[in-house]
Design a protein around this ligand. Structure first.
Ligand SMILES: [Zn+2]
Length: 288
């Protein structure tokens, strides 16, 4: 099983119409929560790191642990760099063992986004690594995840630009803006399903949803039914872990560090497990 490219995982998801959860991790506890949930269910998973994970004195140690953890996994796992802001970050991710990278040029002018995405693809494909890009702009930023964000319809992805971008770059999968936001929602999410249908109709590659937290189960099921194959999920997971720790501290007179870690990890594992079910991720050996 073990470490595979994201393309392998998403090709199967696209063929059989299900979605795979892509969960961000920045620490060992969250990593184990994600991997344990996936291994118990026997389902493929996308483990995502963010750019700060590949810089600083701890990068080598943490990335080595992640790669080894993926290799020992009993289910297929892609190690993916989420939201790399430059070609250089993508290369760093590849050097550390990522089997997939996302170059996020969504806030750049179209031509510049295309040019850098093409350069990333040239390097990544030479190394057998999958590339995700983003066209249109998913509002909000991970750094501002607790304040609440709203989607901006003027930045939604159009069918024409999604198709043109695919033709111009040959990217492996594409993140689109259809009404979700990064972090916590301010108000009620208003997802443009007609737009998603139109993009799905034209685009021959897997479609990625960013800003997955804050939607309800029914939204996810509908998004998957309308063709989403990868769902990025972080905010709700980390908040669930933090809430479990808060509860432990408030309700238990005496506890030690291992109790805090166990409580946080268990809550994260539970929410990951729940969303694997909701996304309809098929077990590796499911025969269809
Ligand atoms: Zn994102």
């Amino acid at each position: 099983m073990a470490l595979v490219t994201m393309k392998e995982i998403l090709d199967d998801a696209m063929r059989k119409n299900y979605a795979v959860g892509a969960f961000d991790t920045m620490d060992r506890i969250t990593t184990e929560a994600i991997m344990t949930a996936s291994e118990k269910k026997g389902t493929p998973v996308i483990l995502m790191v963010v750019p700060p994970c590949v810089e600083g004195p701890d990068a080598d140690l943490f990335m080595s642990y992640l790669v080894e953890r993926c290799r020992r996994s009993t289910v297929p796992v892609a190690l993916h760099m989420d939201h790399a802001p430059s070609y250089e970050y993508c290369v760093k991710g590849i050097k550390y063992g990522c089997t997939s990278v996302m170059f996020d040029g969504s806030s750049l002018p179209y031509e510049e986004n295309v040019a850098i995405t093409r350069k990333v693809i040239e390097t990544a494909h030479a190394c057998g690594v999958t590339v995700e890009a983003e066209i249109g702009h998913v509002a909000g930023h991970e750094g501002n995840m607790l304040d609440g964000n709203v989607a901006d319809p003027s930045a939604y992805t159009t069918v024409e630009e999604a198709l043109q971008f695919y033709k111009d770059t040959g990217v492996d999968c594409l993140a689109v803006a259809i009404g979700t936001v990064h972090g916590v929602y301010k108000g009620t999410p208003n997802i443009d399903y007609d737009r998603l249908d139109a993009i799905k109709e034209e685009l021959p590659i897997p479609i990625v949803l960013h800003g997955g937290s804050g939607l309800v189960d029914e939204d996810y099921r509908k998004l998957v039914a309308h063709g989403i194959n990868k769902i990025n999920f972080f905010t709700a997971m980390t908040l669930a872990g933090a809430e479990a720790v808060r509860k432990l501290v408030e309700e238990t007179p005496k506890f030690q560090m291992t109790d805090v870690i166990a409580a946080g990890q268990k809550a994260e594992e539970e929410i990951v497990s729940h969303h694997i079910n909701v996304f309809g991720t098929l077990p590796v050996h499911a025969d269809l």
